[in-house]
Design a protein around this ligand. Structure first.
Ligand SMILES: [Mn+2]
Length: 399
């Protein structure tokens, strides 16, 4: 069987909302024409409570897909929940969709609507022309609880068929940010292929002698160095145990560092403009361009104001972001002596969770039966601060 692995569509992502939809649509339709089965390891949505318009977008994407003539069928299901369709489109919720335990997340909605098979804590068995494939998913678990949950559940492969393990969590080797993150060697043994979402640049690694594939997001989100490669998805062939990365038509992203130290103040703006022009080139694709200014620019100077105004000047030709990351990153690094690579790869949300966990640890607070990440989920589940605190206290006092 040919398995397409697509991830992190982030439907509803505010900054590039049209891109998120269009690029997910292209990835899904291309993948459907190339593969027998689709696996989506999380973050279909950008938020745990998407607006009705965004849910409608997702329904439109998956309805068209689920109406295709699929040769492969989901024939068995075991674990939490149940399948409401036999289409071989398998998904789990990611970090962006995670909600407090027992609350319905937006991937649940797609599953209940029969548009895909949700394997948050379940195994789906797919059959095509006599070949069987078992896909075991664990979704919606906080990074630092993942190891414990995997230990408790102890997922085992199904005998006599090709087995895939699907998850959406940070791995210590890829994000050495928190000692509690799962190590590659701690992933359950005996599976033929490991599939993960979460990381927005693509990663290929080896786990217990088998492949771990992370396709990266289909939409640009973090504007980091590693995101300059075109977006896409994997297609893995169970017979040959080989795979390919298929690119989609994603918006081009280019990043350039410009050291302003070597220019006189009269030349800085034109040097930055020349840099931007070279990155736009002759193309008509309205690329996202990030210029990182290195060196000092006097605060409040006309140069600084010109640079701040740069995005507006290129409107229609490019999405320009000029950042003085030399300064901000230095400041961040002096506070958090983390490995830089970890910070570069990490989303703002994960970074925030890290800080929250650290504070909880420092204060010696015992959160009882709910984990600190669940507490943070509860605290961020309400629009109003008062309501969120009341809800969190209720949970804490109960435990
Ligand atoms: Mn994501």
């Amino acid at each position: 069987m040919r398995i397409a692995i697509l991830s992190d569509f982030h439907l509803g992502y505010g900054r590039f909302r049209d891109d998120a939809f269009r690029q997910a649509e292209e990835a899904l339709s291309k993948a459907a024409s190339m593969a027998d089965v689709m696996i989506i390891p999380g973050d279909i949505f950008d938020s745990r409570a998407p607006e009705p318009d965004v849910i409608a977008e997702a329904i439109n994407l998956f309805r068209n897909l689920s109406r295709r003539e699929w040769k492969a069928k989901t024939i068995e299901f075991s674990g939490e929940g149940q399948p409401y369709t036999s289409v071989p489109i398998i998904a789990i919720p990611g970090t962006h969709e995670r909600r407090a335990k027992d609350a319905a997340d937006p991937v649940d909605i797609l599953g209940l609507a029969g548009l895909l098979v949700d394997i948050s804590n379940a195994t789906a068995i797919i059959e095509s022309e006599g070949e069987k494939l078992a896909v075991r998913g664990i979704g919606g678990i906080a990074d630092e609880r993942f190891r414990q949950v995997v230990c408790e559940i102890n997922p085992v492969p199904v005998k006599g068929m090709f087995n895939v393990f699907v998850f959406h969590e940070s791995l210590y080797e890829l994000l050495p940010f928190n000692e509690d993150f799962m190590r590659l060697e701690e992933l359950p043994q005996g599976f033929d292929l490991y599939v993960c979402g979460h990381i927005h640049g693509r990663v290929e690694a080896t786990v217990h002698g088998k492949k771990l594939l992370i396709p990266g997001s289909t939409v640009l989100t973090q504007l980091k160095e590693g995101e300059q490669e075109a977006k896409g998805f994997y297609v893995y062939d169970t017979k040959s145990m080989s795979y390919e990365y298929v690119r989609i038509n994603s918006r081009r992203f280019v990043m350039q560092k410009i050291d302003v130290g070597k220019f006189g103040s009269g030349e800085v703006v034109s040097a930055v403009e020349a840099g931007i022009e070279s990155m736009i080139g002759g193309a008509n694709d309205r690329p996202v361009i990030r210029v990182v200014i290195e060196g000092n620019i006097p605060r409040g100077s006309s140069v600084e104001m010109d640079l701040n105004d740069m995005a507006r000047r290129y409107e229609g030709r490019a999405v320009v972001e000029v950042s003085k990351s030399g300064i901000t990153e230095d400041a961040v690094r002096s506070v958090y002596t983390r490995e830089r690579v970890a910070f570069e790869k990490m989303s703002v949300k994960d970074y925030g969770i890290g800080i929250f966990l650290e504070k909880i640890k420092e204060s010696g607070t015992d959160t009882g039966r709910i984990s600190p990440v669940e507490l943070l989920d509860i605290l961020s589940s309400e629009q109003s601060k008062d309501k969120a605190v009341a809800k969190a206290l209720e949970e804490l006092l109960e435990s």
